[in-house]
Design a protein around this ligand. Sequence first.
Ligand code: UGA
Length: 440
Amino acid sequence: MKVTIFGTGYVGLVQGAVLAEMGNDVVCVDLDENKVAQLNQGHIPIYEPGLEELVTSNAKEGRLAFTTDSAEGVSHGQVIFTAVGTPPDEDGSADLKHVLAVATTIGQYMSERKIIVNKSTVPVGTADKVHATLADTLAQRGEDIPFDVVSNPEFLKEGSAVHDCMSPDRIIIGTDSEYAEEVMRELYAPFERKHGKVMVMDVRSAELTKYAANCMLATKISFINEISNLADRLGADIEAVRQGIGSDPRIGYQFIYPGAGYGGSCFPKDVQALIRTADDIGFDSLLLKAVEQRNASQKQTVVEKIFKHFGDVSGKTFALWGLAFKPNTDDIREAPARVVMEALWDAGAKIQAYDPEAMEQIQHAYGNSQSLRLCGTKESALHGADALIIMTEWQAFRAPDFELIQKELTEPVVFDGRNLYEPKRMAAKGFVYYCIGRPA
Ligand code: UGA
């Protein structure tokens, strides 16, 4: 099938590469000339395991092409995906300008029936807006060409995006058009080899499903973080509690790891956007507001423990392991590590930081500063620091050389925002060890 994808961010690029891998003829359109030039040379702008191989091999086979030419993109695809960004407005609602600009572009250039598929995370009602925008543009041209707008939200996770896209749990298709449903079922048939995954529903339910999924997951995290605060204050061990509740299949073990709060480009933005949607229709979304508040406080937890231990941190130096918002990504958007760094800088401390993938992003975000030294290895970040702070659970941090840590730090103090080590073992090794919701 001929497919066009507008937007070559995480979602668009992965979707394009995976559809090409299945044998479709895919054209990806992005307005950023530099990005398109890089992609045509096989350079992937993001770190995502397996993606570079997939993009280069499919481009070589001639099934995947990148262009800045919107007209070419519109004429190519029978199905046109919109996977452009929906950054939060100042008030937290999703900004639809890129999504609607794509709708206008499609309306300007289409000359035969098209299916427009919203892949970006967009508020309930967006498909209707896309429909209206496209219809207006066609009317201005005096054209009356049929088209369908489908909602097909994406559920991939950064770090396992290719795998998630290749083997989705479910494929949600929101449409009331039989024609669009049949074309989408055909497009996704190769992903259903093991069992049926396609769920067809009305457009608004599909749009809400995406937000409900992310908000449910964010709720699980904020819930366990809340309980970890109680554990800290009651002398209980959140690790025992986590296993105790996770063993109930109705609760489950997944997504109840306590930590320094959720980050990334999705949960914070989507929780805020759904709160905003609720506000707009006069509904006070009490639970989601609490989820968001707990997360904002949770990001301060490690900072509070540091201040409690040291009192004044002015003039102190901290080793920081982990800058990305989670492992296996170089993404630092809304990363809890940034909250910690900024709080320590405000208090006059310096940071020596290391992350396996996110160094360039941090350099880009903060530039060169006296207060931030980016180190080439996790060991060099330790040298002469007053304590070690861990903010991302990269595998390489799970079994470090503890003797070396002790030797390099001026004091054997570790603040762990991801509960990587056993408190008793750390105490036996002579560390002062602070983690989340576990007794020292
Ligand atoms: C999330 C969802 O998991 C995807 O299903 C969804 O498609 C995606 O958003 C999206 O809307 O595009 P992602 O943001 O890549 O994916 O990251 P997650 O793996 O879900 O982690 C989010 C945050 O939650 C991270 O900061 C992580 O450290 C934190 N987390 C996760 C916890 O603190 N505890 C947990 O138990 C799990």
